[in-house]
Design a protein around this ligand. Structure first.
Ligand code: PSU
Ligand code: MN
Length: 313
């Protein structure tokens, strides 16, 4: 019995039974999206996983346990400060010991998913290498998301629309290469740029067939030292924004972050909300649509992986 994990009955039964389960993060609800849309998006992501025949497992730290599977009440609690502190992989141990609540980012979610035996996770966009900003008075400073190292270590497939547009995408791709994380494009040649399907940068492999994609994950995990995999799902074409349009919004938001001397964990939420206001909520609509689409693809992939495991028994 794993004392630090608390699974809902539904998730525990599905895992014990070899049924498909897809993890979801709670930081996208607590920090990534504004109220009241955030709770609706969290619910819509869970519904999307279910529609594909998989069980959603949103993660968080609550009352000294790593939670796998959240109720609407749990989500509401995380969305309200101070419970919904942003929690990365390195925060999990201290948060457990100190009984501090936390909303899990990509790095924390893959860690909890792996501990629970879940191998697929759907989110909006991963963190990566930030553009060099003249952050506080100290001048230029490197800011690299913990998502990257966690993905290199932990064998969980992360389904996302690439990395967030506000990042230095070429350097983020280089980091993923150095960290040994395969970058697979599901029906996409381009490494998606979150709000936009195009970045002008290529994924390592494009795979259009879900069975082949699942086989690629299994083959990767059968090799020594393998960790996570990034599965890139472009934002839905009917709502995706143009690359230049997004870039202009990023430039403005980054300048505002510099002027306000925002750095550390507050940087990503600051830039996302600045872009949302500057675009009259267009970025929010795209973020919502892509997050739900990625949850659905994570659900489908979990179903495919579960079927491949059954066919082997
Ligand atoms: N996807 C979204 N919105 C978000 C995030 C993902 O659509 O806000 C979150 C994830 O939790 C990711 C985090 O881990 O943003 C990155 O934060 P940072 O750059 O501080 O590591
Ligand atoms: Mn950071």
């Amino acid at each position: 019995m794993n004392e630090k994990l608390l699974l809902t009955d539904e998730v525990a039964a599905a895992l014990a039974d070899g049924q498909a389960v897809a993890a979801l993060e709670s930081s996208i609800v607590a920090q990534g999206l504004p109220e009241p849309d955030n709770l609706e998006v969290g619910q819509a992501m869970q519904d999307a996983v279910r529609r594909q025949g998989a069980i959603p497992a949103m993660t968080a730290v609550l009352d000294g346990r790593l939670r796998v599977g959240l109720t609407a009440e749990n989500m509401a609690r995380l969305a309200a400060a101070p419970d919904g502190q942003k929690c990365g992989a390195r925060d999990l141990g201290p948060a457990l010991a100190l009984s501090l609540p936390g909303a899990t980012t990509v790095s924390a979610t893959v860690t909890i998913a792996a501990e629970a035996g879940i191998s697929v996770f759907g989110t909006g966009g991963i963190g990566g290498v930030h553009r060099v900003t003249a952050a506080a008075k100290g001048g230029a400073r490197a800011d690299i998301s913990a998502d990257l190292l966690a993905m290199s270590r932990v064998p969980v497939a992360v389904v996302s629309s690439g990395a967030k547009s506000l990042l230095d995408l070429p350097t983020t791709l280089e980091a993923l290469e150095a960290l040994g994380v395969p970058v697979l494009g599901y029906c996409s040649d381009d490494f998606p740029a979150f709000y936009s399907g195009e970045s002008g940068l290529s994924v390592s492999y494009r795979i259009d067939d879900l069975t082949v994609l699942a086989q690629a994950l299994r083959a990767h995990w059968s090799l020594p030292g393998s960790g996570g995999i990034l599965v890139c799902n472009p934002p839905p074409a009917d709502i995706a924004m143009g690359r230049d349009e997004v870039e202009a919004l990023v430039q403005d938001a980054t300048a505002a972050a510099n002027a306000a001397e925002i750095s550390g964990g507050a940087l990503t939420p600051f830039i996302l909300s600045h872009m949302r206001r500057a675009s009259n909520n267009q970025t929010l609509r795209v973020n919502t649509a892509l997050a739900v689409a990625n949850a659905a693809l994570a659900g489908r992939l979990a179903v495919k992986l579960a079927a491949l495991s059954v066919s082997e028994r």
